[in-house]
Design a protein around this ligand. Sequence first.
Ligand code: NAD
Length: 261
Amino acid sequence: MSLAKRNAVVTGSTSGIGLAYARALAAEGANVVINGFGDKDAIEKERSGIEKDFGVKCLYDGADMSKPAEIAAMVGAAEKALGSVDVLVNNAGIQFVSPVEDFPIEKWDQIIAINLSSAFHTIRAATPGMKARKWGRIINTASAHSLVASPFKSAYVSAKHGIAGLTKTVALEVATFGVTVNCISPGYVWTPLVEKQIPDTMKARNMTKEQVMNDVLLAAQPTKQFVTVEQVAALAVFLCSDAASQITGANISMDGGWTAA
Ligand code: NAD
């Protein structure tokens, strides 16, 4: 229970990687604030499930990560309700794929807001408390796309490169306050979002499920295996440990070798 008495906020944690972070931090004894969109009953089931499974407090905050005032209010409410925000995981993210000349301006703005600016706003709100208490862990979910590009993902790749820069900058600013700031850069992670793309791609390309997985989704991933959400979450838990106190400003790949190529 390495995180007993710590309080964590995980953005975009009603599904996928974010939910795995929230559960893994709670398993180590942290109280958690989960955030994100989705069906009200399903979210309540996840929230109460975390409390029941791990004996911690779990609160839900529906702040929209594209709205700076809601983001600041979420961090303030978490500090008020739990006493502090010691672990901040910036994870909310969306994707949109289009040639740059057709990329809808509002989609560009939305991706930059949710995938990049939201982390600035949470960090801005949470760092004063972390610095005052001389302990904090900020973990940003970047992506292999923080290091390399793919065509048609201009906003996503720009936002992810941006979050890698934000990570390094804030790490330097808070280095002497016991606060570390890192990003995790997964390759393809097996989430419901990825799984749902398979039937359509099978139809569109007249491929079997195995062909879609190996030749399309995992084309860039040398291990030919998906990363799991539990693996990403386990790295976040490690980054919260004392053993990781000298890891800061790092961009840690977990991509089956993608960015080695
Ligand atoms: P997901 O769609 O399962 O989860 C995204 C979460 O963000 C959900 O909880 C959703 O409700 C929330 N969200 C979306 N817009 C929001 C908003 N405006 N305000 C608040 N919450 C919002 O996706 P995922 O695959 O788990 O992705 C999580 C993060 O991991 C993203 O930042 C993504 O870019 C990154 N990532 C994913 C992969 C992958 O292969 N799945 C790979 C690398 C990086």
